[in-house]
Design a protein around this ligand. Structure first.
Ligand SMILES: [Zn+2]
Length: 161
């Protein structure tokens, strides 16, 4: 079988990278279809390293911050900083104490909405990211681990992830 590869230039770091035939086949396979209309996912415009950097930019295992819970107003510890960029009204994201975030007292389905085919996915995802609250930390089944994140079934841990 002959491979059909495309040479691309990364729009961020400007190095050359290759999009392989298997990449195109994968993108075709995962492209969604709605009402019998296929929405083809385009090939990447960033090189693999720049895509990895973009994915990792949403993670934080190294810093925790004091801030207010956007549900209760109480002081909490969070992986999301409360800092205010100059000239802004603060970060637009809502952060809930993880006990509130996981509780059955709130209804996560209240954030559900229909997809609007007149607007881009990215635009609608951006609105969703601002509307849906984030859990302050992610530590599940832990005991006395208030200052840990990305932890599971741990006990007496401090500043680890
Ligand atoms: Zn790049």
């Amino acid at each position: 079988m002959k491979e059909i590869n495309t040479e691309k230039i990364c729009r961020q770091c400007e190095i050359s990278f290759e999009v392989t035939e298997s990449d195109y086949l994968f993108l075709d396979k995962v492209s969604p279809t709605f009402d019998n209309q296929k929405f083809q996912i385009p090939p990447p415009t960033l090189c693999p390293n720049c895509r990895q950097q973009r994915r990792l930019s949403f993670r934080n295992e190294r810093n925790i911050y004091r801030r207010k819970c956007d549900a209760s107003g109480k002081d909490i510890v969070s992986i999301y900083s409360p800092d205010l960029p100059a000239g802004s009204q603060g970060k637009p994201y809502k952060v809930y104490d993880q006990k509130i975030w996981w509780s059955d007292d709130r209804n996560p389905m209240a954030f559900g909405r229909d997809f609007d085919f007149e607007r881009t996915f990215t635009e609608q995802f951006g609105v969703l990211m601002v509307d849906v609250p984030y859990p302050s930390m992610l530590s599940i089944g832990c005991e006395n681990c208030d200052y840990t994140c990305y932890t599971l079934d741990s006990k007496e841990c401090y500043m680890s992830s």
